[in-house]
Design a protein around this ligand. Sequence first.
Ligand SMILES: CC(C)(COP(=O)(O)OP(=O)(O)OC[C@H]1O[C@@H](n2cnc3c(N)ncnc32)[C@H](O)[C@@H]1OP(=O)(O)O)[C@@H](O)C(=O)NCCC(=O)NCCS
Length: 151
Amino acid sequence: MDDISYRIIVDDAARDQAPLATLCGRVFGAFDPGYLDRLASVVDPVLVQALHGDAPIGFKLGYRRGATLFYSWLGGVDPDWRRRGIAEQLTIIQHDRLMALGYATVETRTRANNNAMIILNLRSGFEVRGFEIDAAGNPVVTQRKRLAGPT
Ligand SMILES: CC(C)(COP(=O)(O)OP(=O)(O)OC[C@H]1O[C@@H](n2cnc3c(N)ncnc32)[C@H](O)[C@@H]1OP(=O)(O)O)[C@@H](O)C(=O)NCCC(=O)NCCS
């Protein structure tokens, strides 16, 4: 489909902030690259990229939060490439890799007004596990998916 390919990058190679910051600028509009500083210290980062030719057009990024718990932290698709199933495909690829790596659960947090992401997560097998107002005063939904084994 449209010459789109997907690539998984793990460990230190996933900490390279420069290309990610450029894509985040496209995905999120106003984006403070300092937000990515967390990448230097997270454990076992996993980055899944969607590429059109050599150009990154979408990504999903997360890291280890426990022995079998993965935190899916950030993700998005270039506005020119949305509603073509790219985020859904990124999610499938991320979850397949997480299972291969031995993770049992994936967790994510999303602003409560982000219908697109919450719907996509529900379609991908997540369930709502929590709701809170974060430190900045934003309502946030926590969603979790059991990747393998009994619920
Ligand atoms: C959320 C986001 C990643 C979805 O990417 P995408 O590639 O367009 O999503 P997909 O095409 O894979 O959509 C899969 C399904 O999710 C749901 N969905 C996606 N975007 C939606 C929207 N804007 N409104 C409602 N449902 C939506 C639909 O059910 C869709 O299936 P359909 O197109 O057959 O109806 C994208 O809108 C985005 O990058 N948003 C900004 C970044 C962001 O909010 N990231 C999350 C916080 S880090």
